[in-house]
Write a protein that binds this ligand. Sequence first.
Ligand SMILES: Cc1ncc(C[n+]2csc(CCOP(=O)(O)OP(=O)(O)O)c2C)c(N)n1
Ligand SMILES: [Mg+2]
Length: 559
Amino acid sequence: MSPQAGLCATLVDEWVRHGTTHAVVAPGSRSTPLALALAARREVALHVVLDERSAAFVALGIGRATGRPAVLLCTSGTAAVGFHAAVVEAGLSGVPLLVCTADRPPELHRVGAPQAIEQAGLFGVSPVWAADVDPLAWPAPSWRSLASRAAVEAQQGPVHLNLRFREPLLEEGGAEPPTGRPGGRPWHRRLAAADEAGLMDDLDIAGCRRVLVVAGDGCDPAAAGVAAGGAWPVLADPLSGWRVPGPATVAAFDAITRHVPAVGDLEPELVLHLGRPPASKALGQWFDRGDAVHVLVDEGGRWLDPARRADVYLPARPEAVLRAWPGRLGPPDPGWLTAWQRAEAAAQGAITKVLADHPEVTEPGLARDLAAQLPEGAALFVSSSMPIRDVEWFAEPRLGLRLHANRGANGIDGVTSTALGVALARGGQPTAALLGDLAFLHDGGGLAGLGARPCSLVLVVVDNHGGGIFSFLPQATTLAPERFEELFGTPQAVDLHALAAAHGIPSADIGTAGQLAGRLGEAVAAGGVRLLVARTDRAANVQVHQELAGAVGEALAGR
Ligand SMILES: Cc1ncc(C[n+]2csc(CCOP(=O)(O)OP(=O)(O)O)c2C)c(N)n1
Ligand SMILES: [Mg+2]
């Protein structure tokens, strides 16, 4: 199967599942793969119109009359420009329209190839959503999601898919699209909150008794009690504000889901993802192996689903769904919550035991202890890389701690400055930051004038002399050690105390795991800005993570 023929068959199949009934095609050669795929489906009425400007207005009229997007297709070059007037009108009127422009592949651009113009972004601000698609760059498992999202977004106005087709454009033989959702369902759907009741029947989830909640950034911390006291296990990312003590709270989900054979009784039928997904790869991979129905709830209706797994996007308040749905879905399996509670208890016990045997500072231990020992009412800003993972994976549930992290783009930049912003906004209330050494050095400019700021801020830097996260990647074991260090480990040997002193910021070492409480207490009591430095070793850090995972695995197997 050629990728582009397969992609086109998949696009059309998903669009048919979304109810597409009309396609308007302006003739041309580069658009052959999609034109043939459209012509192959009886469900789609095909209208061929020579002039692209007219074709686009015909499609606009169909969208106006039916409330559903017509597919509009042309070849590459000025043909695509001809669509522009109707796309502008569809954008301003909010008329559904699915605009597909065939394009030449990237290697034929800017070399004098015929009909090769810049088509990505051609329609400016008019499209509600756009994708520039090289079929070779999109793996087959992503095709249905791409098609489905285009159809969902096109309900609100014009969507532009720029499709970079390569020769041969005419493929022999049929192309099998990847399997779709059962029952002819589209891959994704976006529902209005009002459609929720229909959703239960449609997805056949009203009978689901093993419901799992994944709570991430985007939940309302004020509703933490609803989640923690509910009948469904809540895998609570600390950034959700819902990692509070309660019968339903599960904190050690990363460690638990690393051990698939040991967690068979924890398999959900339905997963509600509330807000942004956690960093845990183990959790995502575990979901990929299961066959649960996934529903993504986000108040802003954002597509926070990098795995393209969600059946349904529900633009609703997470806490509202958590209040309303248990009543609609019927009584949960009695053993369901208990199974997760046992797993959580076993995992937490194993983590505590392993860390108790490490009197030296470990990165997981530091994250766990810092989150536990900050005073009531404190805030903690956490930098990307291992600090946010260690807090997500090892911090225990507690009350009275607000977590913050720059997880929109996951940069390691601006960390001291963001922490300062958080601290300034909180007046004299204690704020701490858990930062990697490279992240701390990256924002060296953020130290300027910091000591004189009117706030209470304890900067805790994990100094593993470089990028510790990279030691967990295959690069660490595959590349020659010197090459790995040069490109990834990026060792640094800055005297962080001297750096702080140069800015007039008092500092101290955290020399052992047991010293954190004292140093933190002193720093918080002193107020102002302080630096605490904990030295760790990157190789030893990989080992302690492995030791923790192994211990949790054994504890789960012995439940
Ligand atoms: C602005 C920016 N540059 C580069 C990266 C890529 N990056 C991700 S983690 C990392 C290393 C971070 O090291 P450190 O802050 O010491 O944390 P550690 O990995 O040791 O936990 C880098 C360079 C990034 N995420 N953001
Ligand atoms: Mg580091």
